[in-house]
Structures are given as C-alpha cells and as structure tokens.
Design a protein around this ligand. Structure first.
Ligand code: FE2
Ligand code: FE2
Length: 164
C-alpha cells in the first residue's frame, strides 16, 4: 500500500491522542501537580509531534490531494482543523502557565477541560477523515514515484517545523 508510511505515522500518533482525554479527566479530579504533569504531556505531544505532522500535511500532502481531486482548495476544511488545533494548543499553554503560579478558578478549570476534550474529539475525527477519505484516494491514484516524492517532502517539512 503506497500510503503505508502515513498510516504507520498515524498509528504511532493515535495512542498519544489519549493523553488529551486523560488530562481532561484529571481536571477537578487530580492534585494540582498531577494535573500539571498530564497537561504538560498532552501539550508536549501536540507541539512536539502533532503540529509538525500537520505542518507537513499542509505543505506536502494536501496539495497532492487537491491535485488528484482536480479541486484546488478541496482540503482547505482540513487545514482549518489544523489551525484550530494550533489555537487550542496555545490556549492550553496559557492555562498551563497560569496553573504554575496560582490555583485555577472554576471558570479556568472549565476552559481547560473544554480545550482538552475539544482537542481530543477534533484530533480523533480529523485522523478518521484523513484515513477514510484521503488515503484510499492516494492509494488508488498516486504513482510509486509520486508517493516517494510526497513522503520526502513531508519529512523535510516536518523536520523544518520541529526546528522552529
Ligand atoms: Fe491532518
Ligand atoms: Fe494526519
């Protein structure tokens, strides 16, 4: 299957999506240091792995899907999911910084829980959309050379995103 590298990468990332739900469950239920550790883990996954992966898709995967569909802009809705992940991740970082210096208010706790559960649902659904809507199309229509070029470009883009 031509898209195996991408399916493998998703399979590596997907178990870590659970860290979002685990941190959300801990809001109001775990001690402040335990919650802070869980939020840090979730944020580390997002900034260190998921967002570079999304950047690579924006640069090197979605343009290929657009071209195969013959519909420029077809993947824009998926890129907007990535933008929302970035926005919610920044919010998570702000709330984590607040937790470091003070106890969260009830409304900040609610905000944190909502950001984490929201990210969990958004990311899990986004993965399903890519796997069920895009990967079968790529498997059917890409050439082996085209796939090789696409994955090289994705790797380079992910490396650049991790350097920032
Ligand atoms: Fe994506
Ligand atoms: Fe993806």
């Amino acid at each position: 299957m031509l898209t195996k590298p991408l399916r493998d990468e998703h399979a590596e990332l997907l178990p870590h999506v659970e860290s979002l739900r685990i941190a959300a469950d801990a809001v109001g239920a775990s001690s402040a240091p335990e919650l802070a550790a869980k939020v840090r883990e979730a944020e580390g996954f997002l900034t260190g792995h998921l967002i570079p992966h999304a950047r690579a898709e924006d640069e090197a995967l979605y343009p290929v899907v657009d071209a195969l569909l013959g519909a420029p802009g077809a993947t824009r809705t998926m890129s907007l999911d990535h933008v929302e992940v970035g926005r919610q991740t920044r919010l998570l970082g702000e709330l984590r910084a607040k937790m470091a210096s003070a106890t969260l208010t009830r409304s900040q706790e609610n905000e944190l829980r909502m950001a984490l559960y929201g990210l969990y649902v958004l990311v899990a659904l986004h993965f399903r959309k890519e796997e069920e809507a895009y990967l079968p199309l790529l498997d059917q229509r890409l050439t082996p050379d085209g796939a090789k070029r696409m994955f090289e470009a994705m790797e380079a883009a992910a490396r650049r995103a991790k350097e920032v």
